[in-house]
Each structure stands twice: as structure tokens, then as C-alpha cells.
Ligand binder design. Sequence first.
Ligand code: FES
Ligand SMILES: [Fe+2]
Length: 384
Amino acid sequence: MQPDVEAMLVRRVLAHLERRTTDTAAAPSTIPVAAYTGEGQHERERVRLFRELPLAIGHASQLAAPGDFFTHDAAGAPLLAVRTDEGGVAVYLNVCRHRGTRVEPAACGQRKAFVCPYHAWSYGRDGRLIGVPHPEGFAGVAPEGRGLVRVPAGVAAGLLFVKPRPVGDGEPAELDAELAAWLGPLAHDLEGFGCAAGHVYAPRTVTRALSWKLSIDVFLEAYHVRPAHRTSIYPMFFDNVGLVDPIGPHLRNVFPKRSIRELAGRPEAEWSLRPHANVLFHLFPNTLILVEPDHAAVLHIWPDGPARTVLTSYTLVPEPPATDKARAYWDANNAILYGAVDEDFAMGESIQRGLHAGANRELVFGAFEHALAHFHHQIELRTA
Ligand code: FES
Ligand SMILES: [Fe+2]
């Protein structure tokens, strides 16, 4: 993050603490419950958001050397991400071109070629069909058109983004240019926090009984921190103090820690935000990056039907932990994070259970819950 941006954010926090205020919109707003439950809404989101927008599925450090791969199954299509011999990243549909079997069964690893378990058709790292046992049975079936199908993919700030559907006719397979425009200044912010240089630690996948939108809502305001995290993380934070900056369709939220008061008496040149606040980036529609003092947590939130979420997440650490002590350190951090995330999801699941009860036609966002209003407005713009 630029030093001047960092100083501006610290200045805003200190001003709020002095005045006992927080970032707010001009007024509260409402959202119809039908935005969560409405007929057809989930399908529109699946098609317009989760097929046509760049979605982050992982981190480039998971594909360090040629042939490194990981598979990904939460995005609505089975995906196979591979580091190619040329050093680029290619993402394919993990579906055999013979009769459609899943080609790569493993979660991650390194391969010279990907061999389908059913009849052993094999595909190169570049996706080309390179081997067909008993080829005499396939006279006239050209291998050229039967390579693994690519999906649009690209890397920005170290994150690997895809559109989980085949590359269209005339459409580039590389998303890089589109990503630069889509993320705008956020890419720079994330690079500044070391997002590109990080290494993935402790990836996990969890399924919860709530809408993907509720799963994001629970992260986007500081109003709940005192009651919902009273004994876990609230002692580190303030009651309902946060900064909210929409950046295009995305959001940057700052949740200051009590220690930030120390900066008030120091010259601005010595200010540093990161030790004294969690910075939460929401990359629309479904990625959250929580930047903490010495690492970041990355959470990708995937719809699995209207009322179920698959959460794929990992910790980005500065270097892969080599000792038990280092692992214990990050594990202790993760225990705090995921403890708080469980508290958040418990509230979100509680909301989910009540959505259909008829108690509310609409829900209310307080003026300081305006990050949620921004998020839902962005959904509405693209799915109405
Ligand atoms: S389905 Fe893959 S080789 Fe037959
Ligand atoms: Fe929370």
C-alpha cells in the first residue's frame, strides 16, 4: 500500500476515535429478503456472476514449477490448473475428451502428462491429446481438436483467476488484460501487502448451510464485533469502528485494533497501518483477503445451491514454514481466525434459517453497514 494511502487511513481512524464515530453512509438502507430467496435469483447469479466474472481459485505459489498442478471443484465446473513448460499458467476443464471422465483425480501434485483413469487417454501440460491406446479404433478422429478444454485464466497480485467455462470463439484464453481493468488500483494495494510474494499454507475446504451472500455479509461490518465476538477477538478491536472504501465493484475495509491509539502521538512519517488494523479486501463477487500484520488469510466463497456455501481458504505466509515452531505459530494464528469465522458463520446460518419464516420482507442495513449495501447493489446491477 502507498505510504500516503496508509497515512490517510490511519488519519481517518484516529479522527473517528476522537469523535466516537465510524464511516457511514448518509442513511440506512434496506434489502428485500427476496434478494436472498427469490425464484431464479440463484440461477442468475450462477450464470452472470459465477461464469462471466473473473473468480480467484488459488495462488500462483501453488504452481511453482512446470508440471505443478492443482484441481478445484467448488467453482461449478471441475478445473485443473497447471504450470506449463513455458512458465505460464493454464486452466482446463478436468474432463476427458473421450467419454468425459474426470482426468486428474488428485488435489495437487506434479505431472509430465495427465492420464485419464478410464481408458488412459493422455494429455500434455499444454492440454494437447498426446496418447490414445489402441488408436486403430479411432480412425478419422483427429487428436487436434480433442485436447483438454481451456477456460479463461490469468494471475494478478499472485492470485489465479478464472472464468469457469470454456474459452469462447475468438476470446483470449489469457485474462491478464481484463484483470488489470477489473481490479484497478486494488491490484497495487494487494501487491503492496505482499499478496503476490506469499506462499499458501494450510488450505482447507468447509461447507456451511447458508447462502454465499450471507457468507460474505458477515465479514463486511464492524457493528457485530462486540456482541458476536465478545470473548474471542473483540478485546483486540473497537466497538463498531471501521473504514469502508468501495473500489469499483470491490471493497476495502479497515478494522482498527486498539493499539492504533499509540500512533496518535507520533509523527506521520512513523505511521504504519498494518500492525494496528486488519484490512479486509472484498474482491467482487466472492473472494475475501484479510491482511493481518505478518500474513494474510484468503477465503473464496462458492455457492453450492441457494442455501449452501463451500468455503475454500488458505493462509498466505511470507515463506513456507520449515520447522514445527513455524507451523505452530501459523496454526495458532489460524485457530484464532477460524474461531472467529465460525462465530460469523453461526450468525449467518441463523439468518439463513429465518429467511423463509415470513418475519421479514426486508432486512435493514444501518448507515455504517454500507459495505453490505455496496456489495448487494453490485449484485443487483448484474443480475436484475
Ligand atoms: S473417458 Fe477418458 S480415456 Fe476414456
Ligand atoms: Fe465477524
